[in-house]
Design a protein around this ligand. Structure first.
Ligand SMILES: Nc1ncnc2c1ncn2[C@@H]1O[C@H](COP(=O)(O)OP(=O)(O)OP(=O)(O)O)[C@@H](O)[C@H]1O
Length: 372
């Protein structure tokens, strides 16, 4: 069937009868369901009232600084640690009471996976297959196929002890996949890998997840890598899930009360224009500084000379960018660029992970003329 047909007629029925397009229908099925989970060590809460649902096929990033409680949560998901209170359901199973069926269906890649160093990559995968009761012939085929998928065919007969860090992580991924799990949990999978190796591994995880509808829970404190591949992220701080969602909705939630920052590069600035901008509804702060595009160094003054290129930084409670642009142009200014600050992972990182007080995520490196 021509995919174009999906846009007309009985779309729903067309989709259902097309085996290719059928894959595109999103059927949500919660495979990890956590409610009010709590775990303390020596009276200190490592996980504090965590509630989280993850859907089949989703790549979810569990983000948080050291000691946030990520590993403790993972251990409870795997049935390796018992919660103090709350419930966990993994693929319909209770990991505390049914750890073995959970282990059969959930793969776990720790941050530093252990191998038999004097055995080859292929032999290591075969050992894991045997441990999981996979028949010899099937195991051979699967090990060969997985080594190819993770790009290690060339190193199949090399001893694991001679693998680089990146190769070990890729072998670890293959090792986790030997038993054909439905969920894989990866703890800091790219730790210690160079940027190229990291890109490759993340690309591979995403590809495998998409192709095999594999659910991935990825724990990390490296926000940028998580942003690249995760459908959703959860921000974990001091045992609590502070917020969850895709990165842009997360930013909106976390920075909802922050002013909107608009930056304009222009020339033709005047005190009349300054008043015009300050009178825009919502604007509560205006800084005028040297433009990054300025080839002449402006003199210190309240209002620079009209031919001086300046950068305006406007803080507003609403997004008034179109109005700012209109008033600059109508006020005789030449507008070179106008941008609105978008909060991203850097700002989230500074505020919640690094304990920074850079509340506006703005680098104030411009030379100041005046402030409103
Ligand atoms: N077995 C344990 N005994 C006592 N305290 C523990 C134990 N395991 C974890 N903790 C404490 O629980 C808190 C959460 O630790 P956890 O290892 O879960 O954090 P994390 O987010 O995984 O950190 P990291 O990124 O460093 O691995 C920390 O304060 C840690 O010291």
């Amino acid at each position: 069937m021509d995919r174009g047909a999906c846009h007309s007629g009985d779309t729903r029925r067309d989709l259902l009868f097309d085996s290719h397009v059928r894959e595109e229908i999103t059927v949500t099925e919660t495979v990890i369901d956590i409610h009010e989970l709590t775990k303390s060590y020596n009276g200190t809460k490592a996980v504090d009232g965590l509630s989280l649902q993850i859907q089949r096929g989703e790549i979810f990033g569990l983000l948080g600084p050291n000691g946030a409680g990520k590993s403790t949560t993972i251990l409870m998901l795997l049935g390796l640690s018992e919660p103090d209170s709350g419930t966990i359901n993994v693929l319909g199973l209770n990991p505390t009471r049914e750890p073995i069926p959970v282990k059969r269906r959930v793969g776990y890649l720790p941050d530093d996976v252990g191998f038999y160093e004097d055995r080859t990559g292929f032999e290591n995968l075969m050992l894991t297959a045997r441990l999981n009761g996979i028949p010899e012939e099937t195991a051979r085929g699967r090990a060969t196929e997985l080594l190819e998928q993770v790009g290690l065919t060339h190193a199949a007969n090399k001893k694991a002890g001679a693998y680089s860090r990146g190769m070990r992580q890729r072998l670890g991924l293959a090792d986790v996949l030997v038993k054909s799990p439905e969920i894989i949990i990866l703890d800091e999978p790219t730790l210690g890998i160079d940027p190229t190796g990291m890109e490759e591994l993340l690309g591979l995880i995403r590809k495998l997840s998409r192709e095999q509808h594999l659910t991935v829970l990825l724990s990390s404190h490296q926000l940028h890598q998580v942003q690249q591949i995760c459908d959703r992220v959860g921000l974990f701080v001091r045992g609590q899930l502070l917020a969850q969602g895709d990165v842009s909705s997360l930013s909106r939630t976390l920075f909802a009360d922050d002013p909107i920052i608009i930056t304009a590069e222009m020339d033709g600035y005047s005190s009349r224009l300054q008043d015009e901008i300050r009178s825009i509804e919502g604007v509560h702060h205006l800084e005028v500084g040297a433009s990054l595009q300025a080839d002449n160094s402006p003199a210190e003054a309240d209002v620079p000379e009209p031919d001086t290129a300046v950068r305006l930084i406007i803080r507003s409670s609403t997004d008034c960018s179109p109005e700012v642009a209109r008033r600059i142009v109508e006020g005789g200014g030449r507008l070179f660029s106008l941008s609105r600050q978008q909060y991203g992972l850097d700002e989230i990182y500074h505020r919640y992970f690094a304990g920074g007080d850079d509340k506006h995520g703005e680098k104030s490196d411009s030379k100041h003329y005046s402030q409103a």
